[in-house]
Design a protein around this ligand. Structure first.
Ligand code: G3P
Length: 219
């Protein structure tokens, strides 16, 4: 399972890339706004930090605009992945970008039917939004299960399932159980994954006992 970071905060990315756990980054216009950075500068900086795919989202809603913006963003670095919304125009743009050899992340997916269309349009990634479905009383994870199963039925579908709108460690574990190829994590959730009170407690008691021995490993 690949881990992407869902943030445009360059300092956060820099520190978490050092863990060796980060395979890519996803951004969206909200995350760029939160970063306070100029979009293209932030994407260039992130692309230099992370060798894997870095999703940069178009904001045009018409095909011509999406193509212009996407081609402009794709020039920033070879690891830029263009993010397009799951609309008819977005799907058309997806097919064109894919034919041009540009990776595409089709975002704002809320149904299995939409995910089928993205695979047919040649998307590199499909981003079903788990948390936002949970927010409206649906079960976001059920959608991940459905898409993984459907894509599994068709070996010609090469699109990877990227679980997005992830809000908790449980989402990560459940997405892994469902067989999602990628999960994109807010930095907070990545930290929650490794923090465990019993680990902290175990370290404290081991160190206390070790001190009683009076030994050092490097002696
Ligand atoms: O990857 C998409 C993600 O950024 C959306 O997350 O928490 O705003 O639903 P959220």
């Amino acid at each position: 399972m690949k881990f992407f970071l869902d943030t445009a905060d360059v300092a956060e990315i820099k520190s978490l890339v050092e863990t060796g756990l980060v395979d890519g980054v996803t951004t969206n216009p909200t995350l760029i706004a939160q970063s306070g950075r100029r979009f293209k500068d932030a994407i260039a900086e992130i692309c230099a930090l992370v060798p894997g795919p870095v999703s940069a989202e178009v904001t045009a809603t018409d095909l011509k605009g999406m193509l212009e913006e996407g081609r402009c963003l794709a020039k920033i670095a070879s690891n830029v992945t263009i993010k397009v919304p799951l609309t008819l125009e977005g799907l058309k743009a997806c097919r064109i970008f894919t034919n041009e050899g540009i990776k595409v992340n089709v975002t704002l997916c809320f149904s299995a039917a939409q995910a089928i269309l993205a695979a047919k349009a040649g998307a590199t990634f499909i981003s079903p939004f788990i948390g936002r479905l949970d927010d409206i009383g649906e079960t976001g994870m059920a959608l991940i299960h459905q898409i993984v199963e459907i894509y599994g039925n068709y070996p010609t579908f090469k699109t990877e399932v990227l679980a997005a709108s992830v809000r908790s460690p449980l989402h990560v574990v459940d997405a892994a159980l469902a067989g999602a190829d990628v999960v994109t994590l807010p930095p907070k959730v990545l930290r929650q994954l490794y923090n465990h009170p019993l680990t902290e407690k175990g370290i404290s008691s081991f160190l206390a006992d070790w001190e009683k021995t009076g030994q050092t490993i490097l002696e």
